[in-house]
Design a protein around this ligand. Structure first.
Ligand SMILES: [Fe+2]
Length: 276
């Protein structure tokens, strides 16, 4: 059956987050108040919208995996996550993120995942872009390697994503997402060359999920452990932001940007539901 496309869906999502929720204005203000020297958008992340970095030591990955297995409440404790972020947001990661935004940034929310072979695959395992501001980042931290579990994440580059946006595939009905875009790409003459990196324990992939089509690859050999961080521009450095506000949050909703930015609790502002 033909996929029901949604022409203009990407423009509507852009208006919803960038304009109505205030994220474009926030980004401008953050860039204007940025005081650190940057490399001016020259990183691989800034130029291509994705980059892989080695981030977390194997012993730290093992601890987080064990906590996921135990369902530890620390994984939703902001003080614990704040300490974990200290290890993840290394100088190298910090440089990439600040180069991408041209501003300071903050971790809006942080979640862990465990996917087991044979489990039910959610919609994140079909090609999609995340609903959110045009300029935001996800950091996918692989807590064990793709060689161990057989899972991964696949990506399509910005140009290919833009082509799929132009035909209305991106931000189509969530139930219309496809696991394989070869037929649709052939039908619309769009190049289709999925990218996938070999990820080792502790590797992180930084990417812009609103502009890069992506899909999870379900594990085949063992459990796939992942920590995901959503990152947005900030008027103050992330450590300062975490000490002032209730972030990182545990839910994936988007607070509207207002004078209370970022909203102290989910009830402080009207949140938008993420399609991540
Ligand atoms: Fe996503």
């Amino acid at each position: 059956m033909a996929t029901a496309l949604n022409p203009g869906g990407d423009v509507r999502i852009k208006m919803l987050y960038d304009r109505d929720a205030g994220y474009a204005r926030l980004h401008t203000v953050c860039q204007q108040t940025f005081r650190r020297p940057t490399t001016g958008g020259t990183s691989h992340l800034s130029r291509n919208g994705m980059e892989k970095l080695s981030v977390l030591a194997p012993e730290d990955c093992a601890v987080v995996r064990q906590m996921i297995d135990l369902g530890s409440p620390f994984l939703s404790n902001r003080l614990y996550l704040r300490a974990l972020l200290e290890k993840i947001l290394t100088d190298e990661v910090d440089n990439r993120i600040s180069d991408y935004f041209g501003s300071e940034y903050l971790p809006l929310w942080c979640r862990t995942y465990r996917n087991d072979p044979g489990g039910e695959q959610g919609v994140s395992f079909r090609w999609h872009c995340d609903g959110g501001p045009s300029k935001h980042l996800k950091l996918l931290l692989y807590l064990n390697g793709s060689d161990v579990h057989g899972g991964n994440t696949q990506f399509l580059n910005r140009d290919t994503t833009a082509a799929f946006k132009s035909i209305g595939y991106v931000f189509c009905d969530i139930n219309e997402r496809l696991g394989d875009l070869s037929a649709l790409s052939h039908e619309h003459d769009i190049p289709y060359q999925p990218l996938r990196a070999r990820v080792s324990e502790g590797d992180a992939i930084l990417f812009e999920p609103a502009n890069i089509l992506h899909k999870g690859v379900w594990p085949t050999k063992g459990s796939r452990y992942l920590l995901q961080i959503c990152i947005v521009p900030s008027p103050v450095a992330w450590r300062d932001a975490c000490s002032r506000y209730a972030i990182p949050r545990g839910n994936a909703d988007w607070p509207c940007v207002d004078k209370n930015w970022p909203a102290k609790t989910a009830s402080d502002a009207q949140p938008l539901t993420s399609e991540g």
